[in-house]
Design a protein around this ligand. Structure first.
Ligand code: PGA
Length: 259
């Protein structure tokens, strides 16, 4: 990693590091309980980083029962853009708040790609999450083809603009951004420190007056073996994890690297 990248990590010590485990559609009651027991045992007391687990919705209550009283926080993987009504199968942000969620992942690339979620819907979800006083974790990132064509910053700009158009920039005081290059999610490929820093700096530059305050996570094949190097990058404030969040030892190593 270039020296420049390491220079001013301490200058934004005010941004609390954040590690979020997105379990996706994995686990069962038994395996979740084991995983959580180990996470809670390994993450007690005071820390300088926040740790969040996002189980599938049916496991929100049993998860909360295990993490309650520990510093581990609860999040959800998705939410409806609507507050109430005839939306079969959907879950509102208010319901998630009632179940002790603090964070909600929105705009994950699996939902954008596989469920056809649009920038517009993601913006609506962002607002719904904030209406319930929860913190949206807004995922953005380019595809491999977009990266290869050199369009990555333009894609990021468009994804952010879609949200700014509805809510402005000031509401990012209570939001988290996660940069997840689609080509790095679940593939074992990670952005180089230079690639990640370029995009994280760019995202910050789009956030106006809040540029230095908003937490910007990196996601995409983060593992215990590369976490420290990524967390040393000035504009990276933690990680959004998929695979690595399903293994307690791996997950805790990454949380400790952020701490
Ligand atoms: P991964 O997933 O860590 O398995 O690449 C990241 C994500 O989907 O948020």
């Amino acid at each position: 990693m270039g020296e420049v990248l390491l220079l001013n990590k301490t200058s934004h010590a005010k941004r609390r590091q954040l590690v979020v485990g997105n379990w996706k559609m994995n686990g069962n009651q038994h395996s979740n309980a084991e995983l959580l027991a180990q996470i809670v045992a390994g993450w007690q007391g005071e820390h300088s980083a926040d740790v969040v687990v996002c189980p599938p919705n049916p496991y929100l209550i049993p998860t909360y029962d295990i993490i309650a009283g520990s510093p581990v926080l609860l999040g959800a993987q998705n939410v409806s853009q609507y507050d109430v009504g005839a939306f079969t199968g959907e879950v509102s942000a208010q319901m998630l708040a009632e179940l002790h969620c603090k964070f909600v992942i929105i705009g994950h690339n699996e939902r954008r790609r596989l469920q056809g979620e649009t920038d517009e819907q993601v913006a609506q979800k962002f607002m719904a999450v904030q209406r319930a006083n929860l913190i949206p974790i807004l995922c953005i990132g380019e595809s491999l083809a977009q990266r290869e064509n050199g369009w990555h910053l333009e894609v990021i700009r468009r994804q952010l603009e879609a949200v700014f158009a509805h809510v402005g920039r000031d509401v990012f005081a209570n939001a988290v951004v996660a940069y997840e290059p689609v080509w790095a999610v679940g593939t074992g490929k990670t952005a180089t420190p230079e690639q990640a820093q370029e995009v994280h700096r760019f995202i910050r530059s789009q956030l106006g007056g809040l540029a230095e305050e908003v937490r910007i996570l990196y996601g995409g094949s983060v593992k215990a073996g590369n976490a420290e190097q990524l967390f040393a990058i000035p504009d990276i404030d933690g990680a959004l994890l998929g695979g690595a969040s399903l293994d307690a030892e791996e997950f805790l190593k990454i949380c400790k690297a952020a701490d």
